[in-house]
Design a protein around this ligand. Structure first.
Ligand code: SAM
Length: 245
């Protein structure tokens, strides 16, 4: 029997899914019973891995699914935690970048996933190219573009390294959210950004300023660095806003 006075086990909520850090079926049943909007409690049995940055899960309680609906600032996304990456932790970042934009900008989202940056920024943009290498992510992105009534987003199923060969180097803003790749893709983003445009590069660092040398080697001088959140012991998720001279 569930003890109603027992505090709920630690979990992260993403729409109707709760993700627990412990494999605790009783704790999962407690979460399901006391959170009416939760339909499934999951436990990750792998780290975020592979080029699609996905995880494997087992269901501890509730419906047998890894799919759910998630709403952020009045935009609703269908997500599937097992087939395409999604994190709610950059919600504020999407708003910060939206607030920096001028109407009519051309935006490139190089690692778009199911589309949260592209869809959040589209109402300020003339066009958004939203690229991802994972077909499952692009399918969900197409669904999310339609359900949020965005008409100016072009989904691109591709490896981001091929983009300079197929897109013009004319973007006012380039979003790079693939933090574990280090600086590998930075030269591609730089090529696609117009002079005076801005690249938002999300990357993991151990200390402030760690990536400034790589950025300055590209010729950029106007750089703003912001720690987004703590990632793991001694590592931080950081964003560099880089203006191409
Ligand atoms: N921007 C999305 C978000 O905030 O939810 C997704 C970010 S996720 C950390 C990185 C995404 O990059 C994944 O969806 C993965 O499939 C995609 N990806 C990985 N390597 C790629 C590549 N070479 N070209 C294009 N997309 C890639």
């Amino acid at each position: 029997m569930l003890d109603e006075k027992k505090p709920l086990m630690r979990h992260e909520r993403i729409g109707g899914i709760a993700v627990m850090q412990e494999k605790d079926k009783e704790g999962a049943a407690g979460i399901l019973a006391s959170r009416p909007s939760v339909h499934t409690v999951l436990y990750p049995v792998s780290a975020v891995s592979g080029k699609y940055r996905t995880r494997e899960f087992i269901v501890l309680a509730g419906e047998n699914t890894t799919r759910t609906e998630y709403t952020e600032y009045n935009l609703t996304y269908t997500i599937d935690l097992a087939t395409a990456y999604f994190s709610a932790r950059l919600a504020l970042e999407r708003q910060r970048i939206h607030a920096m934009m001028r109407e009519g900008e051309r935006v490139l989202d190089m690692f778009a996933g199911v589309g949260p940056f592209s869809i959040a920024l589209a109402d300020q943009a003339s066009v958004v190219y939203a690229c991802d290498i994972n077909p499952a992510a692009v399918l969900l992105m197409q669904k999310n573009i339609a359900r949020n009534h965005r008409k100016n987003i072009i989904p691109v199923l591709a490896d981001a390294t091929t983009l300079p060969a197929i897109l013009p180097p004319s973007f006012d803003r380039v979003i790079m959210n693939l933090p574990l790749s280090g600086s590998f893709f930075l030269t591609y983003a730089y090529e696609l950004c117009r002079p005076g445009g801005t690249i938002h590069w999300y990357v993991l660092v151990s200390e402030k300023g760690e990536q400034l040398l790589d950025i300055k080697q590209l010729g950029a001088r106007d750089v703003f660095e912001r720690m987004v959140r703590s990632y793991s012991a001694g590592r931080f998720h950081t964003v560099y806003d880089i203006v191409k001279p």
